[in-house]
Design a binder for this molecule. Structure first.
Ligand code: SAJ
Length: 426
């Protein structure tokens, strides 16, 4: 199947890089979003997300005339739905954006079109939710038009490279649909393209992120055990990982972002009676910010009135994404206990974030604080030396949740350092 024009619905972290990549292959792309601000800024030639390599690719695509933006869907050979699937009350998936995206395609759907759902969705969404909406056009899915679920599996910070290089799973509601999906993605995907059915593809996406969540939950629980038994969990994990079939991830202040902290709940929601391990792992990781604050309180005594500086606020290192960040949860919990919290993050672009006033200037943030807590291992934070802290004479204690200070050079620092999961007797 040949594609000369495609329409991508949702200009977020996935839709925009995907659109720019298709446009770089000289396919006419119409990028659609319901948010006026997003469309206005994209039409002005400004991207609203930070992603390595995206700006030049985007500018080139616009200048070559292959990428345009609109608030409205228009006729195309293929439609790609890449809108968010957030939560609503009770950790249930909110499919309203997916539903309205599918509905907005309806008036433009014609024979021979391909529709792809990329948004992470509960199992059977493509068959049970999307197909009936599109079939209300009178066209039959799999016969008159092709319908596919193809998950995005790219890592924020490396999206453009991974879009091209990662293996791509394409789940069709029938074989012909999957083959049409392969024709579309093979325009830029260099990784292996694997065809399967739509529900398997949905499960693959949810299983990958759930597996990672459970692995991190185990690491977080190991760090609590390490504290109890007086060992260093970072050392223990690195030794366990010398086993050829073991790969334990790292403990930390919790699991954030819009994927791993959300997706496992889609499985729990779909089958609550058979997902006890998955929901327990979620609860362990969600409780980790509380665990960190309790740990600090245990060492410091009352937190009320303490001047604390949080180092790092994003949901993970070296990205500008603050969504569902456990570091922000830690800051809020500390503030709720009466501590006065300042924050530093090299990626902060705004003056205020969720009631926190973060700084991009480390010296500013550390001025006059008694305690620092390291929450994200950004490169800028990993590079810190004991001497970067020593001129702040009020600073007496550092809590390290991400093993920045595991190196022996920190042993001689004149500051008391507590590392998460490393309660070795002195
Ligand atoms: N984290 C830990 N310990 C670790 C690794 C991560 O606590 O050892 C924390 C991070 O700090 C962060 C959270 O987990 O708060 C999630 O970070 P991540 O790097 O594990 O994953 P995401 O959410 O950025 O991206 C994941 C990826 N999925 C997998 O690796 C299986 C990515 O490939 C997916 O495309 C993405 O979810 C998605 O969009 O679903």
């Amino acid at each position: 199947m040949k594609f000369t024009k495609i329409c991508v619905l949702g200009m977020g972290y996935i839709g925009l890089p995907t659109s720019s990549t298709f446009a770089s292959k000289k396919i006419q792309v119409s990028g659609v979003d319901i948010n006026d601000k997003v469309i206005d800024s994209l039409q002005r030639g400004e991207i609203h997300i930070i992603e390595t390599g995206l700006q030049p690719l985007f500018v080139e695509a616009i200048n070559n005339g292959f990428l345009t933006f609109s608030r409205k869907v228009s006729a195309a050979d293929a439609f790609i739905i890449a809108v968010p699937t957030p939560f609503k009350e009770g950790k249930l998936s909110d499919m309203k954006y997916v539903v309205s995206a599918a509905e907005s395609i309806l008036p433009h759907l014609s024979k021979g079109n391909l529709v792809v759902l990329e948004s992470t969705s509960p199992p059977r969404t493509t068959i049970d939710l999307i197909a009936p909406i599109l079939e209300s056009s009178g066209l039959k899915a799999g016969e008159d038009f092709f319908l596919v679920y193809s998950p995005e599996r790219v890592l924020p910070g490396q999206i453009l490279r991974e879009l091209v290089e990662n293996a791509r799973v394409i789940g069709g509601i029938n074989r012909e649909s999957a083959e049409a999906g392969r024709d579309l993605y093979s325009t830029f995907v260099k990784g292996e393209i694997i065809l399967t059915d739509a529900t398997t593809a949905e499960m693959v996406k949810l299983m990958e992120n759930t597996y990672r969540d459970i692995n991190i939950a185990a690491a977080n629980e190991f760090s609590r055990l390490a504290d109890r038994f007086g060992i260093d969990v970072w050392e223990a994990i690195s030794l366990a990982n010398r086993h050829p079939r073991v790969k334990i991830l790292n403990p930390g202040p919790g699991v954030g972002g819009h994927c791993i902290s959300v997706d496992p709940w889609f499985l729990v929601e779909s089958a609550p009676d058979i997902t006890t391990l998955i929901s327990s792992a979620r609860k362990v990781n969600d409780s980790q910010p509380h665990f960190v604050v309790d740990w600090m309180e245990g060492k410091l005594g009352k937190l009320s009135g303490k001047q604390i500086c949080a180092l790092g606020l994003t949901y993970k290192p070296n990205v500008d994404d603050f969504r569902e960040s456990p570091a922000i949860d830690v800051v809020k919990l500390l503030s709720a206990k009466g501590a006065e919290v300042k924050a530093y993050d090299p990626f902060i672009m705004r003056e205020s974030l969720d009631g926190i006033n973060p700084s991009r200037d480390l010296s500013n943030a550390l001025e006059n604080v008694d305690v620092a807590v390291i929450l994200v291992s950004h490169n800028e934070i990993m590079k810190l030396e004991p001497s970067d802290f020593s001129r702040f004479t009020n600073l007496k204690v550092i809590f390290d949740t991400v093993n920045v200070t595991g190196n022996s050079k920190w042993n001689s620092a004149p500051i008391k350092i507590y590392r998460l999961g490393a309660n070795k007797p002195e």
